[in-house]
Write a protein that binds this ligand. Structure first.
Ligand code: SAM
Ligand code: DTB
Ligand code: SF4
Length: 330
């Protein structure tokens, strides 16, 4: 099976339109042709700089314009980050993802961030950072520090972007992704499903990812975590019918898997309120990576104990080379 960057929107729309079982079956076939189905990568998130962000992303608890009451913190010390990474390693994580609520890092922050990268890498973990927009020089500095992945999401279809964020453009996102690629760092990129977008927007979102010059090595599919005090969280809480249907979420995962066969597809935020059955369908439809641990950035996550139980039920294994997950005491 070849990897294509020339997907068209009608082709992707036709995938979404397939009978559900046919779509999931095709996605599972692609998954098996390119990956060890049954193995799931474990990633752990840490917010290294929380809150007070000047951007106005309508879903985010960390935007200074949101009324979430979140306390803004300064950039963490390197030692505290490394202690958290050691815990993630002991719990069987393969990748440690560090996120900062910045529009873009200040050059004076780069040395400390570089120390975090070097320290986490020295523990034998893959390193990932998500720090907002990067200049070419900043991307190169992170690459020189040994960064393996950079997470930078396009979030939604290009034509829906302005409805979600007004303080930057879709093209700004593409520019950082290109700077990251040019620096030789692998790309983690995806977005959020369930922000009140249309099916056509979901098609456009998958299309935008699948037609990048190179597919992201990791594709994150987040289900919106609706947060009170954010414009999109409030809108959804007040109109429950707007909540994304589980089957439509699985369709999005399947379309990502079929169009980007070699990428890791991460079932990201939103698992805490997702049934085991829906998560199982996502794994069947080709998701092969998750965030584990009790916390995402500012919201809760299913947690290692729940994941170990789920993996045992489904017969899934953490991706090779990792320690077994600790199963929580009953
Ligand atoms: N500030 C950086 C940036 O936006 O590039 C990095 C951190 S940001 C929180 C990382 C990603 O988390 C966002 O791009 C978005 O896709 C996802 N995210 C944030 N809040 C979310 C929410 N409430 N539900 C689901 N995903 C969310
Ligand atoms: C991504 O796509 N999802 C992660 C990670 N990349 C940085 C973040 C999810 C955040 C969920 C909401 C919160 O905890 O604040
Ligand atoms: Fe800031 Fe990132 Fe949240 Fe947007 S998603 S408000 S850039 S922390």
């Amino acid at each position: 099976m070849t990897v294509r960057q020339d997907w068209t929107r009608p082709e992707i729309a036709a995938l979404f339109d397939l009978p559900f079982t046919e779509l999931v079956f095709r996605a599972a076939e692609v998954h098996r042709a390119h990956h060890a189905a049954g193995e799931v990568q474990l990633c752990t998130l840490l917010s290294i700089k929380t809150g007070g962000c000047p951007e106005d992303c309508g879903y985010c608890s960390q935007s200074a314009s949101a009324e979430t009451g979140l306390k803004a913190d300064k950039l963490m010390d390197v030692g505290a980050v490394l202690a958290s990474a050691a815990e993630a390693k002991a719990a069987g994580s393969q990748r440690f993802c560090m996120g900062a609520a910045w529009r873009s890092p200040k050059d004076r922050d780069i040395p400390r961030v570089a120390q975090m990268i070097a320290g986490v890498k020295a523990m034998g973990l893959e390193t990932c950072m998500t720090l907002g927009m990067l200049s070419q020089a900043q991307a190169q500095a992170l690459a020189d520090a040994g960064l393996d992945y950079y997470n930078h999401n396009i979030d939604t279809a290009p034509e829906n972007y302005a409805n979600i964020v007004s303080t930057r453009t879709f093209d700004d996102r593409l520019e950082t992704l290109s700077n990251v690629r040019d620096a030789g760092v692998a790309v983690c990129c995806g977005g959020i499903v369930g922000m009140g977008e249309t099916r056509a927007h979901r098609v456009g979102f998958v299309h935008a990812l699948a037609t990048l010059p190179r597919h992201p090595e990791s594709v994150t599919v987040n289900a919106l975590v609706p947060i009170r005090g954010t414009p999109i969280g409030d809108m959804l809480a007040d109109t429950p019918l707007a909540k994304i249907d589980d089957i439509e979420f699985v369709r999005t995962v399947a379309a990502a898997r079929i169009t980007m066969p070699r990428s890791m597809v991460r079932l990201s935020a939103g698992r805490e309120s997702m049934s085991e059955a829906t998560q199982a369908l996502c794994f069947l439809a080709g998701a092969n990576s998750i965030f584990t641990g009790d916390k995402l950035l500012t919201t809760g996550n299913a947690g290692g104990g729940a994941d170990a139980t789920l993996f045992a039920k489904l017969g899934l294994r953490p991706m090779a080379g990792e320690e077994p997950m600790r199963v929580a005491a009953a």
